[in-house]
Structures are given as structure tokens and as C-alpha cells.
Design a protein around this ligand. Structure first.
Ligand code: MTE
Length: 326
């Protein structure tokens, strides 16, 4: 018979699973916030059902829109995250059991500081900010989302890219055991995305670890995802496990899946249609016309060039033919 010493007994063995997972999440929130001592079953019990641990010390960030924010339900039940299925409610339904922590991020390529870092060390030295951004999906729907995160520029600079680094490339976790969608060939796995260095250090680019002041839910890309609000949503890669500084432009997942439909730049542009539909207008999820529920009832509105963020990013594309470089 195997007799385990107290040191071998994991706290998950003696604590009900529900409480254990919630405690881990509270610890995650504390670590993100700079080591706040939270935890224990009593703390886990105070989390309202279906909600995540609160992030503390979140400052109001710049660039927030004052448009009406989408509800927590809209933001966390209508998602694209093919690693958990291709339907809009699949990520909410299939990602609940996913346990993101512990999590590491590999930093590689043309930079002075490379290595594998615990998420806490990757993100902790920086102050968390709330940024209320529009997210415009290539499928012509949009939402307004109160992200919590860290400016990507701060993180990029921390690893000191070399002069030959022209792009930053991100990859999502590859783990078909834990991500059921990866057992299908819906996309080429792992999901890959990239930005030019200039885009990555633009003050709008954010690495998000939370939403609505709380730890990021799995379906939104826990524990960490990119947010680039002037680009179509598919650039905002979820579940990031690596950041590589590259001299060459990466072949991104959607470009690889359909190169004539999805480009590397993917800047929101109402004047350049998708080959199969117009990009001039969008449906704002959560708004309603004529009492209809869901996306069909969502009010249509004009799509703005660069999703309305032109004053901060248009200079990045001066002289570039945006019709060819879609
Ligand atoms: N990241 C990964 N790894 N896998 C995905 O399928 N979908 C993208 C993007 N990031 C996706 C991803 C798309 S198409 C969109 S519109 C946004 O995530 C949606 O983000 P949200 O679900 O948080 O609104």
C-alpha cells in the first residue's frame, strides 16, 4: 500500500474541487495585483457564482471609449475561440473546466532577454489598467469591452528587442487534451498571430488578464490575451504561451486558412470589403431593434476606419496601400 506523507498530499486532495479551483483563482488575482494575500476557503466562498476573482489596484487607463459597455453576459457567452469549438456559445460551454494556472510564457527570438517565465513574473512588475475598447470582429459584429491589462509596449521593452526584430509573434497553447476544439481540423494549430514592432509598442496595444475588473474567464482567453482594438478581432489572440521576436513576417492562422480573405494587417476598414461580405457596417451585440433578441436583433451602425482609433494608429500605415495590404 502506498502511504503518502503529508507533504505529498496536494491541497486539491483534501479540499472540495470547487473550492480549490476558486482559491487558485483568487491567488491568481492576488499575484497579478502584486502579491496581495488572498485565499482560503472562506475567500472562495464569497465569489458570486459564475463570476471571477476581483483584480485589485486597477487604475483607469487611457483611450477608453465612453460608449455603453456590453453586459458581462454578452462578453462571456458570445465568443470566438476555436480551441473550444466553432459555435459562438461553445467557448462558454466547453471552457469551464479548463484550468489555466500555473501558466508560463516563452520569450524567444531576436531579443536580449529570452527564457520561460511564470505568468506572474511576466505580468506582475506592471500596473494593471482598465481600458474600455471597441472590439470589431471580421464577421461584422462588435462589442464594447472593459478590459484589464498591461500595455504591451512595457512588456516588449522589458525583453529588449534587437535591431533586426521586425515582428512580434504570439502563439496560443497547444494542448488537445485540454482544448477539445484542437482535436478537429477547424484551423491549423497552434493559433498564431503577429504584429509589427511598431504596432506592438503602440500605446493602444494591451495584454489583457481581466475583464469587468475580474480575472479573465477562460472563454475570453485566460490567463492572458492580446487586445489590438483597431484591428479585426482575430488579431487579438487568446491563451498566449509564447512571444517571439522575428525578422520575418509570420504566417498567421487565418491568413493560412484563407489567404484571400484574411490578411496580416487586418486593420478595420469599412472601405475594403471581405470577398464575401461588406465591412461598411456592423451589428453591435446587446443593442436591440424591434424587440428581437441576439445578433439578429442587434442594431446596425457604421463601421469606423481603424475602428475609430485612427488618430492613434493611422501614421503607422502612411504610404501603405491598405487595399492590397488588407
Ligand atoms: N484566439 C485564439 N487562440 N483562437 C481563436 O479562435 N478567435 C479570435 C480572437 N482570438 C480566436 C482567438 C476572434 S475571430 C475574435 S473575434 C476574438 O478572439 C474574440 O474575442 P472575445 O471572444 O473575447 O470577444
Amino acid at each position: 500500500m502506498l502511504i503518502r506523507k503529508p507533504a505529498d498530499i496536494r491541497s486539491s486532495d483534501i479540499t472540495p474541487k470547487e473550492v480549490f479551483l476558486r482559491r487558485r483563482e483568487l491567488l491568481q488575482a492576488g499575484l497579478m495585483a502584486g502579491g496581495l494575500a488572498l485565499g482560503g476557503p472562506a475567500m472562495a466562498a464569497i465569489l458570486p457564482p459564475g463570476r471571477r476573482a476581483k483584480l485589485v489596484d486597477v487604475a483607469a487607463g487611457k483611450f477608453s471609449t465612453d460608449e455603453t459597455v456590453n453586459s458581462y453576459t454578452d462578453i462571456t457567452t458570445y465568443n470566438n475561440y476555436y480551441e473550444f469549438g466553432t459555435g459562438k456559445s461553445d467557448p462558454f460551454e466547453n471552457a469551464q473546466e479548463f484550468e489555466p494556472m500555473p501558466w508560463t510564457v516563452k520569450v524567444a527570438g531576436h531579443c536580449e532577454k529570452t527564457g520561460i517565465f511564470d505568468l506572474e513574473d511576466f505580468i506582475r512588475p506592471y500596473a494593471l489598467e482598465e481600458r474600455i475598447y471597441r472590439l470589431r470582429c471580421v464577421e461584422a459584429w462588435s462589442m464594447v469591452i472593459p478590459w484589464v491589462g498591461v500595455p504591451l509596449a512595457d512588456i516588449v521593452r522589458q525583453y529588449r528587442p534587437l535591431s533586426n526584430a521586425k515582428y512580434v509573434v504570439f502563439e496560443t497553447l497547444l494542448d488537445p487534451e485540454r482544448m477539445p476544439g484542437q482535436r478537429s481540423r477547424a484551423l491549423h494549430w497552434p493559433y498564431v498571430e503577429g504584429l509589427t514592432i511598431a504596432e506592438a509598442v503602440n500605446p493602444l496595444s494591451l495584454l489583457a488578464v481581466g475583464v469587468y475588473g475580474e480575472v479573465l474567464p477562460n472563454q475570453n482567453g485566460a490567463p492572458m490575451r492580446l487586445v489590438v482594438p483597431w484591428k479585426y478581432g482575430f488579431k487579438s489572440i487568446k491563451g498566449i504561451v509564447s512571444m517571439t521576436f522575428s525578422e520575418t513576417r509570420p504566417r498567421t492562422t487565418w491568413e493560412r486558412a484563407a489567404p484571400h480573405e484574411y490578411g496580416f494587417y487586418a486593420n478595420v476598414n469599412p472601405e475594403v470589403d471581405h470577398p464575401r461580405w461588406s465591412q461598411a457596417r456592423e451589428r453591435r451585440i446587446g443593442s436591440s431593434v424591434g424587440g428581437l433578441q441576439g445578433i439578429l436583433g442587434a442594431a446596425k451602425q457604421e463601421t469606423l476606419m481603424f475602428n475609430g482609433y485612427g488618430e492613434h494608429v493611422a501614421h503607422l500605415y502612411e504610404g501603405l496601400d491598405l487595399r492590397r495590404n488588407f
